[in-house]
Design a protein around this ligand. Structure first.
Ligand code: F6R
Length: 598
């Protein structure tokens, strides 16, 4: 969702900020803007536009000396995506300039209480912040005015604030929305995502909620952090271990295709990370928390919940602990009856999903142990849960999740296997087989492209499967709809005939996933039913249950791990359909990579 970048230092601020905003594009946005100090005029210049960062770069002249600035990519929440609502926002006298991620819940009350008579030009909650600081600065210093404003805000925020009367300073603050600081001897960079700091920061610092920061240049650029009561705090320094070339397309036309292609390597990386003395192992601390647990509760959203369903299958089959899966946005406010001896697993690629964070607050209040499974070990959910497991997928830039999903399922399998009392197969060996099978499948991607051209011609589509194949169907359908905008449903194959089969007519594509011995016969019957009603079918099957005439036959792997392999052709189907339709594959409309509002 919205992205923030700020810079103060020796480099040209607009270069650092625009470069950072480009790196945040993957998170999704609809407008963008920048404010920077034109050193010759000693005042801030602001440019904004609806649309892409490239437009912001190409529409304006940055060819002036400038060393301080803030920028933003906006994903509209309060007010439509237009130039007036886009950030940065100024106070009415233009003294204070603000960029903000998050949602201020009490902004209407704050207007009524403090800003009577102030003319607000946008529909945003952010403009209220700028004007509150301005109002309070009439009777106190700017720094005190920022602090007083922060003390009144309810909701989530990552904020950067500049003051036209003290131009060599940036104030920053954070509550619930992510914000990080990067440093090098060339300057201080702020970013709402580690990606924004890559390339110009040698170190990075995580910021706790309710922290207030002042960055300034008095000769050397530096910053000081303060806690909620104004006491100086020292932030832990981390070495930046991401390089620019890890977040580029590496010769692929799209990030999504690159990330699909990386999946075999991701499985191998996870194996290397979790292998100790030739055995797959989860830390004793995590394992201990599962002892005597009667229920596992999994909470997630979107693609991650589909990984959660497969996780349920693994936990119930390998550990015999009943497992329930909940949609985060539902669990947060409609809590079901819970078992006293339960444990929660939160699955999140980004570790920043606001719906999940709302759940974690409840879970902690109720005293349940919590484990976050995430790709971003520095994320809010990773830090706030009792325990964390990293999925090691590497940066996932395409909005549609592919390699993170495969990595989540792989780590869930390793966790369930580690907790299992009896181990009837060698998971490490079986996962290696999956990675090899995936590689040969990805090598045949042009064949799948041809299949898409021949068989996917309608504006709607169905995926069907049973058991874990049904869960894969859900993920496959989400992938196709989110990037090709084709209305797609994932359906339990046997359930189709109880109503939805009414939608099957000539040439409607029905894609069946068949990898499990116990249900392959039944799913094939369902394929016959839809064929008889004119559907165009594609069958994706595992070699051991395949029929020669099936469209995509996957090399045999352990049946339990089949979801890792069968999801790959569905990712490629989505990719090639979106490509055929000439759509923005990596940045589909209306979507954000990290959904930081509820
Ligand atoms: C779809 C997709 C989303 C995310 C969902 C949760 O391809 O990526 O459905 O899975 O927004 O995000 P995380 O996993 O970051 O919590």
């Amino acid at each position: 969702m919205c992205g923030i970048v700020g810079y103060i230092g020796d480099l040209r601020a607009t270069d650092v900020i625009l470069n950072g905003l480009k790196k945040l594009e993957y998170r999704g946005y609809d407008s963008c803007g920048i404010s920077f100090l034109d050193s010759s005029k000693k005042e801030f210049t602001t440019y904004k536009t609806v649309g892409r960062v490239d437009l912001l770069i190409n529409s304006f002249d940055y060819n002036v000396e400038n060393k301080v600035g803030i920028g933003h990519t906006r994903w509209a929440t309060h007010g439509e995506p237009n130039q007036v609502n886009s950030h940065p926002h100024s106070s009415s006298s233009k003294r204070f300039i603000v960029v903000h991620n998050g949602v201020i819940d009490n902004y209407l009350e704050l207007i009524a209480r403090y800003l009577e008579g102030v003319k607000l030009i946008s529909e945003t909650d952010t403009e209220v912040i700028a004007n509150l600081v301005e109002k309070f600065s009439q009777t106190m210093s700017a720094e005190e005015a920022v602090r007083k404003t922060l003390s009144l805000l309810e909701g989530s925020y990552a904020l950067l604030i500049m003051d036209n009367e003290e131009v060599n300073k940036i104030y920053a603050a954070k509550n619930k929305s992510p914000l990080l600081i990067g440093s090098s001897d060339k300057g201080i960079t702020f970013g709402s995502d580690l990606m924004a700091l890559v390339g110009n920061s040698e170190y990075y610092y995580l910021i706790e909620d309710k922290t207030f920061i002042v960055a300034k240049t008095n000769g050397k650029p530096d910053f000081q952090a303060y806690d909620i009561i104004g006491k100086k705090v020292k932030l832990d320094q981390h070495k930046m271990d991401l390089a620019d070339n890890e977040i580029d397309k590496g010769g692929y036309e799209h990030f999504m295709l690159k990330e699909i292609s990386e999946q075999p390597a991701v499985i191998r990386r996870i194996l290397a990370k979790y292998m100790v003395d030739g055995k797959l192992k989860i830390s004793d601390e995590v394992k201990a928390k599962f002892i005597n647990k009667k229920r596992i509760y999994i909470i997630a959203a979107g693609t991650s919940i589909h990984a959660g369903f497969i996780g349920k299958y693994y936990f119930e089959n390998l550990t015999k602990i009943p497992t329930e899966v909940f949609i985060a946005s539902e669990f947060a406010y409609n809590q079901p009856l819970l078992e006293k001896d339960g444990i929660f697993i939160l699955i999140s690629q980004s570790g920043e999903t606001a719906d999940l964070r709302a759940c974690l607050v409840n879970i902690r209040q109720m005293g349940y142990p919590s484990l976050t499974i995430t790709n971003v070990i520095t994320s809010t959910l990773a830090r706030e849960a009792d325990m964390r497991l990293e999925i090691f997928a590497g940066p996932e830039i395409a909005v549609a999740s592919t390699k993170a999903y495969v990595a989540q399922v792989t780590v869930l399998a390793i966790l369930a296997y580690s907790l299992a009392k009896e181990k009837s197969f060698d998971l490490g060996f079986e996962l290696s087989r999956v990675s090899i099978a995936m590689e040969s499948l990805i090598d045949q991607k042009e064949y799948i492209e041809g299949l898409v051209t021949r068989k996917l011609k309608k504006r709607n589509c169905f995926y069907i499967g049973r058991g874990i194949d049904y869960y894969t169907s859900l993920e496959a359908a989400l992938k196709l709809k989110e990037i090709s905008y084709i209305q797609t449903e994932g359906f339990a194959a046997g359930e189709l005939k109880h109503g939805t089969i009414a939608l099957i007519e000539k040439d409607v594509p029905v894609i069946a996933i068949i990898t499990q011995k116990n249900t392959s016969h039944n799913t094939r019957s369902n394929v016959h039913e839809v064929k008889a009603r004119g559907a165009t079918t594609i069958i994706i099957s595992l070699e051991s249950v395949a029929d020669n005439s099936d469209d995509i036959i996957l090399s045999d792997v352990h049946q339990m791990l089949a979801p890792l392999l069968s999801v790959v052709p569905t990712q490629l189907i989505a990719y090639y359909k979106a490509k055929e339709l000439n759509l923005d594959i990596d940045k589909p409309r209306n979507l954000a990579k990290s959904v930081t509002v509820e």
